[in-house]
Design a protein around this ligand. Structure first.
Ligand code: ADP
Length: 162
C-alpha cells in the first residue's frame, strides 16, 4: 500500500521552513499532500486560493507532492484521503505544547493516525509566517525566508519595492 502523508497547516504564507519539511517528507513517503486549512475562525492574510497558488508554484519540482485544501476536522480529511500519516514541523521546544495537544486530540479522534514530527534545517528554526509578514510590511526583502513565488506575491500584497 502506498504511503500517503498529509502535511496540514495555515501556510499564510508558505515559508522556506515549511518547504524544508515538505522536502523531507517527500524523501520519506510515497506521496505528500500539503493541505491548506480553510478555517473561517482563523483570520488569514492570504485567501485560500492565494495560499494554494503559492504552495503549488513552490513545490513544482517535487514530483510526489501536491497541494489541496480542507475544512472541518483534519481526521475526516485524512480518512477521505486514505492516509494515516500526519506530518507536522517542530522548530523549538515552544512548539511542543501545542503540537502535542493537537497530536493527542487527533489520535483520540482517529486511533490509527500517527503524527510524524520533522525538524527543519537549523537556519529555519526561528522562521514563522507571521514574522516574515511583519518584516515584509516594514519594507525589508523576504527573499531569504520564503520561496520566490511567495516573495513575489508578498511584494504585490505589501507593496515593497525590494
Ligand atoms: P498551523 O496554523 O496549523 O500551525 P502553520 O502554517 O503555522 O499552520 O504551520 C504548519 C506546520 O508547520 C506546524 O507544524 C508548524 O509547527 C510547522 N512550521 C511552521 N514554521 C516552520 C518552520 N520554520 N520550520 C519547520 N516547521 C515549521
Amino acid at each position: 500500500m502506498s504511503q500517503i502523508a498529509v502535511y496540514p497547516g495555515s501556510f499564510d504564507p508558505l515559508t522556506k521552513g515549511h518547504l524544508d519539511i515538505v522536502q523531507r517528507a517527500c524523501r520519506l513517503f510515497d506521496h505528500v499532500i500539503v493541505a491548506v486549512s480553510n478555517n473561517a475562525a482563523k483570520k488569514a492574510t492570504f485567501s485560500v486560493a492565494e495560499r494554494i497558488q503559492m504552495v503549488e508554484a513552490s513545490i513544482r519540482d517535487l514530483p510526489n507532492a501536491d497541494v489541496d485544501t480542507f475544512a472541518g476536522l483534519l481526521v475526516d480529511y485524512l480518512k477521505a484521503k486514505k492516509s494515516r500519516l500526519l506530518i507536522r514541523g517542530l522548530r523549538a521546544v515552544s512548539d511542543m505544547e501545542y503540537e502535542f495537544q493537537l497530536a493527542d486530540m487527533n489520535r483520540r479522534l482517529y486511533r490509527e493516525v500517527e503524527t510524524v514530527f520533522l525538524m527543519p534545517d537549523e537556519q529555519y528554526t526561528y522562521l514563522s509566517s507571521s514574522v516574515v509578514k511583519e518584516v515584509c510590511q516594514r519594507g525589508a526583502s523576504v527573499d531569504a525566508f520564503v520561496p520566490p513565488p511567495v516573495a513575489r506575491m508578498m511584494r504585490r500584497r505589501f507593496g515593497s519595492k525590494r
